[in-house]
Every structure is written in structure tokens, then in C-alpha cells.
Design a protein around this ligand. Structure first.
Ligand code: MN3
Length: 244
């Protein structure tokens, strides 16, 4: 019996210790009693230091493990009492925001947008940069004036985002590309569009390493793009199977 008691107090001690270590996460703004689904934080598809020296490991860890995690937790909290919304894929929620319950519409916009944007963002990085090839390179030349012009225009649009937001290249079912930027966690998915690539220009994406030098971050980001992943997104967009 004393063994059981000891085990019980050891377990309680463990839980108390765990909550102590969990305490610093409070500033990530996740509700304390967040449900664990239906939306989940996708694991980073590479090590946190995979994008160094251009994006440092600590930025990746905080950005993924705290910021993105908070969007997921807040999204789950928003849909908790809305079973029909909870059952919808995120891209449908975002494409039909105007039909969503008014009480949670802003939460869906901010946290659902944040979830979709970041899931896309992790998925296109972890590469070695370079230049696009093949059909995608041809589309960039045709629609955006070539890769060098795309980089210049994209970086310019990213630098001009006032405050927090994103810069994107969108892609339609015909494979046509266009440049777009959005404030906050808005995304072309909200216009039922599709994103080929996007870069996060919130300060949390770059401040530890670049401080206020957003243009330097925008320039460096191209070095971590994985063009094979981007080409796969392009093919999926044309096949109608690209989701977020
Ligand atoms: Mn972010």
C-alpha cells in the first residue's frame, strides 16, 4: 500500500513538475483547456536548424512550436461547440468564411488562416534554394516575367506589407501564376484561390536574426526554398488536388 501511495505522490510530483515547465508557453496565447482536435499541428518536416544560417533554429522552434501551435489551439477552441464547422477541411472553412457562425468568424479567419498559412510555409522550406526548372520555370517566365523579376517583385511586395502579413504567389487550375499580398493571417484561400508559395513577414518570422531588416530576411528566404516541393504543389494545383 505504501508503494501505491509513493507511486501516486510520484505521479503527482511529475505532473506538478510538468506544469512548471509548461508555464512559459502561456504567452503563446493558447487557451489553457484547449481541445486537442480536430485540427493538429503538423510536425516540422525537417530539423529546426535545417534552414540555417538563413533562418535560425530558435526562430523556427518558437514560430512552429508556439505561434503555429497557438493558432491550432485557438482554432480548435473556436470550433468546439460547432460540430459542422469542426468537420470541414480548413480550406473550405476559409473559402466560406461569410457563411460561418458570426460568433466565431473572426477567430476562424485569424487562427484558421494562421494554421493554413503556416502549414504551407513549413512545407516549402528545408531546401537549398536555387532556381525553379521545367514547366514551373516556364510558367514563371510567362506570368511573372522570369525568376529574377519574380524575386524582386515578391520581395518588394513583402517589404511593403504594413505591419503583419504575407506575400504569396497564387496558382489557378490552369497553372496561371500571380503575385498577391495579404494583411494579418489572411490568405488567397479566402477567395477560394490557391497558394503556390508564400512568405511570412510578421516580425516573429525574422526578428531574432534580422531585427528590423525585413528586406534582408526576404532576400535570404529564397535560399531555403525546396523547389521540388514547390513543383509538386504546382502539379497538384493543376490536378485540382492542392488543398492548403
Ligand atoms: Mn508566422
Amino acid at each position: 500500500m505504501s508503494t501505491l501511495l509513493n507511486r501516486r505522490s510520484a505521479l503527482l510530483g511529475g505532473a506538478a513538475l510538468a506544469s512548471l515547465f509548461a508555464a512559459p508557453r502561456a504567452w503563446a496565447q493558447a487557451p489553457a483547456s484547449a481541445p486537442s482536435g480536430p485540427f493538429t499541428l503538423p510536425p516540422l518536416p525537417y530539423a529546426a536548424n535545417a534552414n540555417e544560417p538563413h533562418i535560425d533554429a530558435q526562430t523556427m522552434e518558437i514560430h512552429h512550436g508556439r505561434h503555429h501551435a497557438a493558432y491550432v489551439a485557438n482554432l480548435n477552441a473556436a470550433v468546439k461547440d460547432h460540430g459542422q464547422v469542426a468537420a470541414m477541411p480548413i480550406e473550405q472553412i476559409l473559402a466560406r468564411l461569410g457563411e460561418m457562425p458570426e460568433a466565431i468568424r473572426t477567430a476562424l479567419r485569424n487562427n484558421g488562416g494562421g494554421h493554413a498559412n503556416h502549414a504551407m510555409f513549413w512545407g516549402i522550406m528545408g531546401g537549398k534554394g536555387g532556381a525553379p526548372t521545367g514547366e514551373l520555370a516556364e510558367a514563371i517566365t510567362r506570368d511573372l516575367g522570369g525568376f529574377d523579376k519574380l524575386k524582386g517583385d515578391f520581395n518588394g511586395a513583402g517589404a511593403r506589407v504594413f505591419g503583419s502579413g504575407w506575400v504569396f504567389v497564387t496558382v489557378d487550375r490552369a497553372g496561371k501564376l500571380a503575385l498577391a499580398s495579404r494583411p494579418n493571417q489572411d490568405t488567397p484561400l479566402m477567395d477560394d484561390g490557391r497558394v503556390l508559395i508564400g512568405n511570412d513577414v510578421w516580425e516573429h518570422a525574422y526578428y531574432l536574426k534580422y531585427q528590423n531588416r525585413r528586406p534582408a530576411y526576404l532576400e535570404a528566404w529564397w535560399n531555403v526554398l525546396d523547389w521540388e516541393k514547390v513543383a509538386a504543389r504546382y502539379a497538384a494545383a493543376k490536378a485540382g488536388s492542392l488543398t492548403i
